[in-house]
Write a protein that binds this ligand. Sequence first.
Ligand SMILES: O=P(O)(O)OC[C@H]1O[C@H](OP(=O)(O)OP(=O)(O)O)[C@H](O)[C@@H]1O
Length: 241
Amino acid sequence: MNRAEKAALQLQAVAVLRMLKETRTYDELSEVTGLPAGDLNRYVNGHVLPGTDRAREVVEGIGRDALSTELEARVEFDDEGYVDNSGVVFDQSFLDLVAPIAANAFGFERPDVVLTAATDGITLGAAMASYFDARLAYAKKSKETAVEEFIESRQRLASGIELTYYLPASALTSGQRVLVVDDLIRSGETQELLLDIALQADADVTGVFTLIAVGDEGTSRAEEITDAPVGALTTFESSTR
Ligand SMILES: O=P(O)(O)OC[C@H]1O[C@H](OP(=O)(O)OP(=O)(O)O)[C@H](O)[C@@H]1O
């Protein structure tokens, strides 16, 4: 690990601790992390940076569990079981914390392009792209005016409705490494379309990541299509929609 990577890890750990501190006292934060309250105070206030080992433990261990719990608290379900995740996808700072944790937890290789689906995947896609210093591309359900060439993928859904996603052809090219992300995977139909777009572009898929999986149908479907790692930060019961 070079000096810049070490500094980045240390700052990520501080960001995770600050997020956890928002709703906790230092004693409570000490219980969650197993670190002394006095040290935590110095980290949160920016007087001292945690050492590399501690920083890694916070980002890769405590951080993943804590973010998963935080995510569960922010997601709401209506009476019919539909998901309202605006408390997460509207919060770019929260998603910026998710990116390094997801990258470490699932071992995604650095992509050239992070590919997602408009609309709700865009903020997570931006956080992941920024973390990896990659480009962001998002497929849309309509064609962008003034773009002439698209990669398009269409399928008839279980509901009978036909769904098509369009990506400007210049956004993903042959041989590029692509990480496919979305805020939510339920049936996996959207991921299948995104993976098909990656295939058509002759890109190399480095992984599939979602914040929320509802049941395991969608993630299993993605695993059937790609050998790359497929990961969800949190999985909810499939009785929700
Ligand atoms: O696994 P699936 O069953 O395909 O469901 C997941 C997709 O559903 C939601 O998007 P939606 O189609 O509602 O579009 P939006 O992001 O514009 O709301 C979500 O953002 C995912 O892209």
